[in-house]
Design a protein around this ligand. Structure first.
Ligand SMILES: *Cc1c(COP(=O)(O)O)cnc(C)c1O
Length: 338
């Protein structure tokens, strides 16, 4: 099994997104093990390319990459200061008054940031909470103040302008660096960029960054092929019958590796990155069966993710989004970094 990760393409995507927001520093979001690609490789490569601001979801993700990055890398923890968490060397993004007071009591003088809720109603202080502690928070000099857009991948959605206005109303005059845009927000234009942008999925080749270079290639090995007669069944539940005499290839990964079971009898794998061969029958835990009847040769590998079938195409086939395809990529693959 081979999961190839093109680090140069990932860095090119970061540079391209950073170039769209020339007035802002471009951070990198490396939560969920850099969207499944391996934060231990991705984060140091970004650092070497000049990135100094990183975002993770959990403190333990931050602790995992802290030893891999020099001291001037700032690692921001989006879940903030959870009780009992060791935040040494990390910057919690404080989401509530409770987190703010806990953090200031336990980590006086240590760096922190603030998240405000501008309408997504997921994380962050709401306007009245912020109004009540704003002076005290600003006196403690937060590293930045941020919020997050709910609909940035839909440029015409009215929530974007509403959240932007709410963010301005809460932060104008604060004299602290501000951050609102993830990948989608960068593409919304300069009004959304402020001082720090936080691209994630676009680095890894996913939508809404339509011009991203592909970063991931997933090629699976054929374990066995067999000829089945018209009318025979393939796979669990006998959900697929051969409509003609067929040749079926069985490849060496399944839903335990993040190849969603929803791709059963709907997705395709590509021979030599070109010729689509339908996935037939159910995706099982460790195996997928593919109809290779129309190939002139017996393949020894088939590609699931490649330029002809990028992660967002696979996501469409599985009824999900590229983010889920990436973060589901399992730990059994041999990851190769280009
Ligand atoms: C995940 C996340 C990001 C990155 O979002 P992408 O859409 O992957 O670019 C940025 N900011 C916050 C708060 C996030 O949760």
């Amino acid at each position: 099994m081979g999961l190839q990760i093109d680090i140069q393409a990932m860095l090119a995507n970061h540079a391209a997104l950073a170039a769209q927001a020339p007035g802002a520093r471009a951070a990198a979001v490396v939560k969920a093990d850099a969207y499944g690609l391996g934060a231990d490789k991705v984060a140091p490569a970004l650092y070497a390319a000049g990135v100094r601001d990183f975002f993770v979801a959990l403190a333990r993700e931050g602790r995992a990459i802290r030893p891999l990055l020099p001291d001037d890398a700032r690692i921001n923890v989006l879940s903030g200061h959870m009780e009992g968490e060791d935040l040494t060397g990390l910057t919690p993004v404080l989401n509530s008054p409770a987190q703010f007071f806990r953090d200031r009591a336990m980590r006086p003088g240590q760096p922190f940031a603030i998240q405000l809720d501008t309408g997504m109603n997921r994380l962050g202080m709401e306007a009245p909470e912020w109004a009540a502690l704003r002076d005290e928070a600003l006196a403690a000099a937060p590293a930045f103040i941020m919020s997050h857009l709910a609909c940035a991948d839909e440029p015409d959605h009215p929530a974007n302008a509403a959240q932007l206005a709410a963010f301005r109303a809460m932060t104008d005059g604060c004299n602290v660096p501000r951050s609102l845009a993830a990948t989608g927000g960068i593409l919304l234009g300069p009004d959304y960029h402020f001082d720090l942008v936080r691209p994630g999925v676009g680095l890894y080749g996913g939508m809404p960054f339509a011009n991203a270079r592909p970063v991931v290639n997933l090629s699976l090995r054929v374990i066995q092929t067999r000829d089945v007669k018209a009318g025979e069944i393939v796979g669990y539940g006998a959900t697929w019958h051969a409509g003609r005499d067929s040749r079926i290839a069985t490849v060496d990964a399944g839903y335990a590796d993040g190849i969603l079971r929803a791709l059963s009898s709907s997705g395709a794998m590509l021979f030599a990155g070109q010729t689509a061969c339908p996935i037939v029958g159910r995706v099982s835990m460790d195996l997928i069966t593919v109809d290779v009847t129309d190939l002139r040769t017996v393949p020894d590998r088939l590609d699931l993710i490649c330029p002809r079938q990028p992660i967002d195409r696979l996501a469409d086939l599985a009824g999900t989004i590229g983010y889920e395809i990436l973060t589901a990529l399992g730990l059994r693959y041999q990851r190769t970094y280009l």
